[in-house]
Write a protein that binds this ligand. Structure first.
Ligand code: SAH
Length: 205
């Protein structure tokens, strides 16, 4: 089933071999409730608790491809969620810092990520603030729908760095790739509509 999903991702335009290899290496069914196990390799989103979802595999692959990763880069992820995307990044040989605001998901993701023997920095906190102590980042990936790009994250992006973020309303967001020039200037590109759970403010648990 995983092989079939990888073929499907290829047909939909995921061409980076490293991304497809990471999807081959990380078993997505580990990240889902037993009830959804049979459908883990269909291109679907699922509930992961606390009203949140694990993104469609295509969406994870698409965002990952947009980042244009090279081994050894430092990547900040906002929205650890199930930890699936975090593991895909780790598998691709980058150093990951990931922030989650829901304690229940943060604790669950931590367990499963360590099960795979990956060792990213997992932070319970507010993604709007990023994380200054590990900045600057080569890449920043926001995996929830943001109303705007938080200034703190742009500040924490290295010159020459890339930030991928879905921006829009609660219902629908457009995928943006923002590249920071060596002089600090920002260039935006857009890549179509997606639908993410919202990026929320304030840690409330
Ligand atoms: N990358 C995840 C996607 C999970 S959905 C995966 O592969 O499963 C998006 C996640 O972003 C949710 O878990 C949600 O709780 C989290 N989130 C929303 N607003 C946030 C914020 N301000 N800071 C950190 N995480 C946030």
């Amino acid at each position: 089933m995983r092989r079939r999903l990888i073929t499907e991702l290829g047909e939909k335009g995921i061409v980076q071999d490293e991304v497809l290899k990471a999807f081959d290496a990380i078993p997505r069914h580990f990240f889902l409730d037993l009830a959804f196990e049979q459908q883990a390799y269909s291109n679907m989103a699922f509930q992961i608790g606390a009203g949140q979802t694990i993104s469609h595999p295509y969406t994870v692959a698409f965002q990952t491809q947009l980042l244009g990763l090279k081994k050894g880069m430092k990547v900040l992820e906002i929205g650890t969620g199930s930890g699936f995307q975090t593991c895909i990044l780790c598998q691709m040989g980058v150093k990951v810092v990931s922030i989650e605001r829901q304690r229940e998901l943060f604790l669950k993701a931590k367990q499963i990520i360590h099960h795979f023997n990956f060792n990213p920095r997992l932070i319970f906190g507010d993604g709007y603030k990023g994380n200054e102590s590990f900045a600057p980042y080569d890449r920043i990936l926001i995996t929830c729908g943001a109303p705007f790009v938080p200034d703190a994250l742009l500040d924490q992006l290295k010159p020459g760095g890339v930030l991928v973020v879905p921006i829009g309303s609660l219902e629908k967001q457009e995928m943006y790739r923002i590249t920071k020039g060596e002089d600090g200037s920002l260039t935006e590109e857009t890549f179509g509509d997606f639908s993410f759970v919202p990026m929320l403010e304030n840690v409330n648990k």
